[in-house]
Design a protein around this ligand. Structure first.
Ligand code: HEC
Length: 134
């Protein structure tokens, strides 16, 4: 009985917490997908998110918490929006949330998925293409 209580008190909340931490959910709600794939490149020139696959988890953690890339570039000091959102927004993510995001981008995200996201807002692309023609 004591073991059962221990299981209920410790193991169940931990597993529920892990299950509710979806990297996909975070990626869409904190705006990674929006800036990187749903916004015209003339407005925000962010690289495809497959770039995360070139990061190690600790490099990715540094990027999220400080805005410093794996090459050591301090994006905030360069005036880059990615540096600002990392320092002012993603630095609030817990380590578990950063890991969940990393898992999602390295294991589930694909270049094709990025292209699919970009197709969702044809009206924005159409507007910018029309403007470019004038
Ligand atoms: C407000 C828009 C915005 C949001 C939100 C955003 N990014 Fe970015 N991101 C950018 C831009 C713009 C760049 C290119 C910046 C540069 O090269 O200076 C970039 C660059 C990057 C890079 C490449 C860094 C390198 O090595 O050059 C990675 C990786 C990245 N973002 C991951 C993410 C992840 C993961 C999220 C969500 C947690 C996210 N970004 C959310 C705009 C954004």
């Amino acid at each position: 009985m004591r073991h059962l209580l221990y299981f209920l008190a410790v193991a169940v909340p931990v597993s529920l917490q892990a299950a509710s931490l979806s990297g996909e959910h975070l990626a869409y709600t904190v705006g990674c997908i929006n800036c990187h794939h749903q916004t015209d490149k003339h407005i925000i020139n962010a690289p495809p998110l497959v770039v995360v696959k070139t990061y190690s988890l600790s490099e990715f953690r540094t990027l999220m918490k400080t805005g410093i890339t794996k090459a050591g570039r301090d994006m905030a000091s360069q005036g880059s929006v990615m540096g600002f959102v990392a320092k002012e927004q993603f630095s609030h993510l817990t380590d578990a949330e950063v890991s969940a995001l990393y898992r999602f981008f390295t294991k589930e995200w694909t270049a094709e998925r990025g292209v699919e996201e970009e197709k969702k807002i044809p009206i924005y692309f159409k507007q910018s293409q029309d403007e470019a023609k004038h």
